[in-house]
Design a binder for this molecule. Structure first.
Ligand SMILES: Cc1cc2nc3c(=O)[nH]c(=O)nc-3n(C[C@H](O)[C@H](O)[C@H](O)COP(=O)(O)OP(=O)(O)OC[C@H]3O[C@@H](n4cnc5c(N)ncnc54)[C@H](O)[C@@H]3O)c2cc1C
Length: 176
């Protein structure tokens, strides 16, 4: 029997090599970090909560300033207490809350500006630190536009205490 031509042998070798390489490369998929997988699955089911600003112009400057102070306090305290290592579901919750805030904020003109800011600086939710620094930076952007002093974001964790010591013990603090 005659030996097969060299081209057929080479083609067969290449095909065998490609098959082995394909099979060996398959297990790399499960090596993805579990949170990335979870994030991908979650993102597929994540409802889009974005949309237009709902409230009208808020003319009263005193109410606008009080509302602003309270809201910043809430946002900075929320990010200061956000989990150190949030799950993808927790990350989505924060992102959606901020997106909804940009729709429902009772000062319509502020919300319009905030929506533009969110497009430029999307919420960072990968960790407590990332979220806190993001909130501080965005607040500074608003400060800049309103010609208010900039805040040193390295101080944000001291300013908005997490109060996380309470979480260390298993006892529920403050409950009678
Ligand atoms: C999302 C959003 C959008 C707004 N848009 C407008 C707008 O378009 N027009 C308008 O007139 N008002 C707007 N405001 C309100 C405005 O930002 C102020 O809250 C308001 O003018 C009162 O200012 P304030 O000087 O008391 O300090 P605030 O800016 O309310 O800050 C309160 C306190 O937070 C601390 N702080 C300051 N900067 C930071 C920071 N970067 N990080 C952490 N802590 C900080 C300081 O101790 C400060 O005293 C907006 C508020 C919010 C929440």
């Amino acid at each position: 029997m005659r030996a097969p031509p060299i081209q057929i042998t080479l083609t067969a070798c290449v095909l065998v090599f490609l098959t082995i390489a394909f099979v060996l490369l398959q297990p790399s998929k499960p090596n993805l970090h579990w949170q990335s997988q979870e994030a991908a699955i979650h993102a597929a089911h994540e409802p889009d909560v974005g949309g237009h600003v709902i409230m009208g112009k808020l003319g009263n400057e005193t109410i606008k300033a009080e509302l602003g102070r309270s809201t910043w306090k809430l946002l900075h305290t929320m990010t200061a207490r956000f989990p150190l290592e949030p799950t993808s579901e927790e990350r989505t919750a924060l992102k959606q809350w901020i997106t909804l805030l940009s729709r429902l904020y009772p000062c319509g003109e502020c919300a319009e500006h905030f929506q533009v800011l969110l497009k430029q600086y999307p919420p960072q939710t990968s960790s407590r630190d990332a979220a806190s620094q993001w909130a501080c930076a965005v607040h500074n952007k608003v400060n800049e536009r309103l010609e208010k002093p900039m805040f040193d974001c390295s101080l944000v964790a001291d300013m908005y205490q997490c109060g996380c010591d309470e979480e260390e013990g298993s006892e529920e603090v403050g409950l009678i």
